[in-house]
Design a protein around this ligand. Structure first.
Ligand SMILES: *[C@@H]1O[C@H](CO)[C@@H](O)[C@H](O)[C@H]1NC(C)=O
Length: 329
C-alpha cells in the first residue's frame, strides 16, 4: 500500500470526533448469531473463511471513528484496518482503539453477522522492519497481543521493506519466516487469520537472491491463510493477460497463473488492485474491465478473490461490479 494518511491530522480529527460523537453504535440491531448457543457462536466466529476472499483496506480518514456500517461494505467479506506499525496503531487501526470496548464489541458482532471478518494490517509502506532492525519474535508477540486485546479476526502482513528484499541476502525472507512462525504460535490456525500482502514481483522466480516470496511460501505457506497480492505500483499487470497469464519482462513469471505454476495454490491468491488511478501510481484496471479478467480467471480454475486499496474509493458498488457474474453478491 503506497500511502499512509496524514497521521497528525487523522489523530486530531479522531480525538475531536470521539469527544463529540453521540454513541451512534449503542443501539445496534441484534446479531444474527444471537439465537445460537455460546459454543456454536464461538466456533462460527472463529472459523477461517474459505475462498473467495473480498478484502478491502481502510487507512484513509473517512470522517467517522471506527469502521463503516456493514451496509456500506456489502460485497466485501474482509475489512482491514490499517496500519499497525512498529510504534503502535495508526490511522484506522488507531481509530478502532479509540472506540469504547462496548462499541467495538457491537461493531464486531454486526460485522460477524454480515459475514465480514475484521482484521488489522501491519507495517504498510511506512515501516521497514528488517532494515530498521526490528526483532521478528518480539514484534510478532507485540502485534499478536494487540490483535487479541482488540478482538480482531487476524492480521495481515503488509511487509514493504524493498531495500531488504533487493539486498538479495535472504534477510528479508528469514525475517518474514520467523515473524510468521511466531505470529502463528500466538494466533492459532482456525482461530485467527494470518494473511500476507506481497507485491506480485516478489513471487518472480530467480529474481531474488534470498529466494523471494516463493521461499517464504515454501517455508511457512502452510501458516498463511492467503496472499493479498499487490498487482500494482510495479509498472505491469494492466491487462488481463499480464495480470493473469504472462507478466512483463521486468518481473517475469509473476502473473496470477504463473505464480500458481510456481507452486502457490490458486485458492490462496487474492488479486489486489487499486480502486482508482489516484489510489496507486499504476496498475489500475477499470472495474468493469477487471470484472472481465476475474471472470476469465475463474473459468481457468481460480477462485481466490479480490483485494482493493482502499476504502471508501473501494466501495460496495466497486466490488459488486468487479465480482460481476463470476461471483455475484
Ligand atoms: C490466458 O490463457 C488462457 C489459457 O491459455 C486463454 O484461454 C486466455 O484467453 C488467456 N487470457 C488472455 C487475457 O490472454
Amino acid at each position: 500500500m503506497l500511502f499512509l494518511f496524514k497521521h497528525l491530522f487523522a489523530s486530531l480529527a479522531l480525538a475531536i470526533t470521539v469527544l463529540l460523537a453521540p454513541s451512534r453504535v449503542e443501539s445496534a440491531p441484534a446479531s444474527s448469531l444471537d439465537g445460537l448457543d455460546h459454543q456454536a457462536r464461538s466456533i462460527l466466529a472463529r472459523a477461517t473463511p474459505a475462498a473467495p476472499h473480498f478484502v478491502v483496506y481502510s487507512d484513509q480518514w473517512t470522517g467517522t471513528t471506527g469502521p463503516p456500517a456493514t451496509s456500506q461494505v456489502k460485497g466485501w467479506n474482509v475489512f482491514v484496518l490499517s496500519f499497525l506499525l512498529l510504534e503502535g496503531a495508526w490511522d484506522q487501526a488507531q481509530s478502532w482503539t479509540q472506540l469504547s470496548a462496548s462499541q467495538r464489541s457491537t461493531i464486531k458482532s454486526q460485522y460477524a453477522a454480515a459475514g465480514i471478518k475484521l482484521m488489522v494490517s501491519a507495517f504498510g509502506s511506512t515501516d521497514v522492519p528488517t532494515s530498521s532492525g526490528a526483532d521478528p519474535v518480539a514484534t510478532a508477540n507485540t502485534m499478536a497481543a494487540w490483535v487479541k486485546q482488540y478482538q480482531l479476526d487476524g492480521i495481515d502482513v503488509d511487509y514493504e521493506d524493498f531495500n531488504a528484499f533487493d539486498a538479495g541476502n535472504g534477510k528479508a525472507e528469514q525475517w518474514l519466516i520467523t515473524f510468521t512462525q511466531q505470529l502463528r504460535a500466538q494466533l492459532p490456525a482456525g482461530q485467527f487469520i494470518i494473511t500476507h500482502a506481497p507485491v506480485a514481483p516478489w513471487f518472480a522466480p530467480s529474481k531474488w537472491g534470498g529466494g523471494g516470496y516463493l521461499k517464504v511460501h515454501q517455508t511457512v505457506g502452510n501458516l498463511i491463510d492467503w496472499y493479498n497480492v499487490q498487482f500494482y505500483n510495479q509498472q505491469d499487470y494492466t491487462t488481463c493477460n499480464s495480470l493473469l497469464n504472462t507478466s512483463g519482462s521486468q518481473w517475469p513469471k509473476s502473473a496470477l497463473f504463473q505464480i500458481v505454476a510456481s507452486g502457490v495454490p490458486a485458492s490462496k491468491i487474492v488479486i489486489g488492485k487499486p480502486a482508482t488511478t489516484a489510489d496507486a501510481s499504476d496498475g489500475f484496471i477499470a472495474p468493469a474491465t477487471l470484472a472481465g479478467c476475474i471472470s476469465q480467471a475463474k473459468s481457468q480454475g481460480w477462485s481466490g478473490g479480490v483485494m482493493s486499496w482502499e476504502f471508501p474509493d473501494a466501495s460496495s458498488s466497486w466490488i459488486q461490479t468487479v465480482r460481476g457474474s463470476a461471483f455475484p453478491v
